[in-house]
Unconditional design. Structure first.
Length: 290
């Protein structure tokens, strides 16, 4: 019975480690496509100067995304100096980060073509008005410019091809399962593992030590992976050389996220282990006193 108990305990610890590892993977993968990280990616990869058809996974050869955005702005009666100021600003990466975030979810889940969020639209209006104030020779009322910018933000949906065209050979079903998976199920399994460890070890505080060890081990693995940018980047790029320019910066950002999460999780593990040691010592001393 002792042997079975030990085996069950170690098996439960292994499951706990795998669950924590998977939770970190899900959180890092999803945080990769949030607005902030996509904005950083757009700036690093110089997305604006890429062929728009390459970005949207199309086989055709076309103009750059910057040219496409510029031409659309001109069609919406926005003066060229104003749209050039917007494209040169740092905020354009935030605007595109928000837009690409919505494009990814449109690609995965379908529905209507993505629209810019209200705060991003307000940012575009703010940038255009600042530019208008800087160019005194542009004879245009603020209200007219605001109307043109709002129309432009709405028309941006036209630069996104139909979902089926973009999907192509992408393993969209796997991406869909990944993005739509309910991570709270993993947290529920972690709680179940901890409760089972309480039963197996006949202790309410020993599972804290095992949780700390799992945190520390998984955190160290992600720290090590995060430090292997050159090796992992070279391997990934060697498998998909045709879109190297797009994938390479994305891998770098993902590894940075892994490194930061790894440091945080490993330190949390050390804290839990120390907490267990202190708690264990208090309980031992309390028994000795009795």
């Amino acid at each position: 019975m002792k042997l079975i108990n030990k085996f069950s305990t170690y098996f439960c610890i292994l499951i706990l480690f795998l669950l924590i590892f998977m939770i970190i993977l899900f959180h890092s993968g999803r945080s990769l496509i949030n607005r902030e990280n996509l904005s950083s990616y757009i700036e690093t990869a110089d997305i604006l100067n890429m062929d728009s058809n390459v970005i949207f996974n199309l086989d055709e050869s076309g103009i750059s995304l910057k040219e496409k955005i510029y031409n659309l702005a001109i069609e919406c009666n926005i003066p060229d100096k104003i749209i050039l100021d917007i494209l040169k600003s740092e905020e354009i990466n935030i605007v595109l980060g928000d837009y690409f975030n919505k494009i990814i979810y449109y690609l995965v889940n379908g529905g209507y073509k993505p629209q810019l969020s209200n705060d991003t639209i307000n940012k575009m209006v703010e940038l255009s008005i600042i530019s208008l104030d800087d160019h005194l020779n542009i004879m245009m009322e603020e209200e007219d410019l605001k109307k043109y910018v709002l129309e432009y933000c709405h028309e941006l949906t036209n630069i996104v091809p139909d979902r089926q065209e973009m999907i192509g050979n992408l393993p969209i079903s796997y991406i869909q399962k990944f993005l739509n998976f309910d991570v709270w199920l993993l947290y529920l399994f972690v709680v179940c593992c901890l409760l089972l460890l309480c039963v197996l070890t006949f202790s309410f505080y020993k599972p804290i030590k095992y949780l700390g060890i799992c945190f520390f081990a998984s955190g160290i693995i992600f720290v090590v992976l995060g430090c292997m940018n050159n090796i992992i980047n070279d391997f990934v790029v060697s498998q998909i050389t045709n879109i190297k320019i797009i994938i390479s910066p994305l891998v770098t950002i993902l590894l940075t996220i892994w490194f930061k999460l790894g440091v945080l999780i490993s330190f949390s593990g050390v804290f839990l282990i120390l907490f267990y040691v202190i708690l264990n010592r208090i309980i031992i001393n309390s028994h000795k006193t009795k």
